[in-house]
Design a protein around this ligand. Structure first.
Ligand code: FAD
Length: 488
């Protein structure tokens, strides 16, 4: 959806320029522009619930998170207020409320399906999802230089109004205002430099992408946020006599328990009626059906949950009946709204497993001399069962809402295309089974913080990036306090 003629040259990198080794099929989606993937993300921003934070030990599929919902809730609020998130306060336990601006309206078919699900299921809630879209900018957003979302749905080109959150529209200009920000594009971090005598990291080694000149930069504290898999790569490549297997990696778990969200399954359908109704603008958001699986107890033959995004729209006129996609008749048909179509797609939790891992190639390097990343990540039987359940349940829900021509698809796409890569440097209470503590510090090198997707102990089923932002804000606040106390 986001990879189009308008975006492919600027916002996505070419694998042939930035190769990696796929031990199993894996589509690693990357954007190396300043602002990273925040320019091309989908902007869905649901909070994790207490169910997700507690699920891995409850269902015996992972280690315990070192923090709970109550630890991160104030930081979700902090981020929501700053980046601007629209949504509704729905009071759903599986998808906690936050600090929201008004949502976009649901259209009539979405409202109809919402009502039918409410009538037919007492534990399923189809509501506005939460999106980093400025529907009613506040003072803090205006100060960032941003304006209201114009409902053009051209977000993936990078919005000239700052109508959605990206680091280019929001956090980078804000940081620039402090006078303390230096952005150094065209720079590849090769590794973190560790000083065995000081027992601390002292800086980073950087390669200029154009000149290939190597420069060392020194700092008291290092925040590593290169996106989950690149952060794993940098940590694994940060070798020293103290840490021959990568910084902080005494337990050998760095790069392991890589996980992702499962987006393989979707359904599409048509619905009769509502022919006299349309909608305003191009709504850049979608409703969401909050996870209804395995919340308080395991109620399926798989573990983990899934959220379901959905939407409804009118097709362009009677174009389907025309054989040629050109000419006056086609143009006339396009100007008339056609049949209503609706869809649902899943965002499923996957189970962190030691065998799903990334590691460094011993003999292949990229053009800057950095070892290539080997990805060895696949689906498992749990994912297959979840897909089956999603397809069955979504079909039943749309059928009972009066939809017809329901088409079910499992596109079998490899992991990676699911765009939410996580893990490899997980948080945990025990340094024997995790890499990071509850403040996202490496257990074994406290002045290195990893707060991107690499830190995830499990994947939950909510869109994860606002959790990375909340964890980052929380860890940065902690780091400043520790620095002031002289502990860092
Ligand atoms: C199409 C698409 C839709 C998405 N939709 C959603 C969504 O709706 N909701 C959601 O929560 N998430 C979504 N995501 C995921 C989201 O984009 C990422 O989780 C988020 O951008 C991660 O932020 P990050 O800063 O960790 O990584 P990035 O945004 O990837 O930024 C990392 C930065 O680090 C730089 N970097 C990497 N390696 C090095 C190195 N060695 N040296 C120097 N710099 C380096 C990169 O150039 C980049 O600028 C989506 C992603 C895609 C691709």
């Amino acid at each position: 959806m986001h990879f189009r003629e308008t975006t492919q040259r600027i916002f996505f990198i070419k694998d042939k320029d930035h190769p990696y080794v796929q031990e199993k099929p894996f589509d690693w989606i990357r954007g190396y522009q300043v602002g990273g993937k925040s320019l091309i993300w989908g902007r869905a921003c649901q909070r994790w619930s207490r169910f997700e934070f507690t699920a891995p030990p409850r269902y015996d599929y992972g280690i315990e998170w070192p923090i709970g919902y109550e630890d991160i809730a104030p930081w979700y609020s902090h981020v929501e207020k700053f980046i601007g998130v629209c949504g509704n306060k729905d009071g759903i336990e599986a998808m906690p409320d936050g600090e929201f601006m008004p949502p976009f309206d649901l259209n009539c078919v979405e409202e109809h399906i919402q009502q039918k699900i409410k009538e037919n299921y007492k534990d399923r809630y189809l509501v506005h999802a939460r999106w980093a879209q400025l529907t009613q900018p506040g003072e803090i957003h205006l100060q960032q230089g941003r304006g209201k979302c114009q409902a053009r749905n051209l977000c993936m080109r990078g919005c000239p109004f700052g109508g959605y959150f990206s680091s280019v529209s929001s956090t980078l200009p804000w940081a620039k205002k402090t006078g303390n920000l230096t952005v150094r594009p065209f720079s590849v971090v090769h590794s973190i430099i560790y000083d065995g005598q000081k027992k601390n990291a002292i800086g980073v080694r950087v390669i200029d992408t154009n000149t290939k000149k190597i420069t060392d930069y020194f700092a008291r504290i290092i925040f590593l946020n290169a996106s989950a898999l690149n952060s794993n790569l940098i940590l694994l490549n940060s070798v020293s006599s103290r840490f021959p297997g990568g910084i902080g990696n005494d337990n050998g778990l760095l790069g392991k328990y890589v996980c992702f969200h499962n987006y393989r399954a979707s359904i599409n359908a048509a619905i009769d009626g509502f022919q006299d109704k349309y909608y305003y603008g191009r709504n850049p958001t979608e409703p969401i059906l909050a996870n209804y699986r395995n919340l308080k107890k395991q109620d399926t033959d798989f573990i983990g949950g899934f959220t379901t995004f959905m939407g409804a729209r009118r097709e362009p006129g009677a174009t389907e009946k025309l054989t040629e996609e050109i000419g006056g008749a086609y143009k006339d048909a396009m100007s008339e709204p056609g049949e209503w179509k609706t869809y649902m797609y899943m965002q499923g939790e996957t189970i962190p497993k030691e065998k799903n891992h990334v590691r460094l190639s011993k003999d292949e390097k990229d053009q800057w001399g950095v070892p290539l990343l080997i990805t060895s990540v696949g689906y498992d039987d749990n994912d297959e069962k979840m897909i089956k359940d999603f397809l069955e349940q979504s079909t039943l829900m749309l059928e009972s809402a009066g939809c017809k021509n329901i088409q079910r698809e499992d596109n079998k796409q490899p992991p990676g295309l699911d765009i939410h890569e996580m893990g490899g440097c997980r948080m945990g209470k025990d340094p024997d089974t995790s890499l990071l503590n509850k403040w996202n510090q490496l257990h074994l090198c406290k002045n290195v913080f990893v707060t991107d997707g690499a830190c995830m102990t499990s994947t939950g089923n909510q869109s994860p990036s606002i959790l990375y932002m909340a964890l980052t804000a929380r860890a940065a606040n902690f780091a400043v306090a520790e620095m002031k106390k002289g502990n860092l």
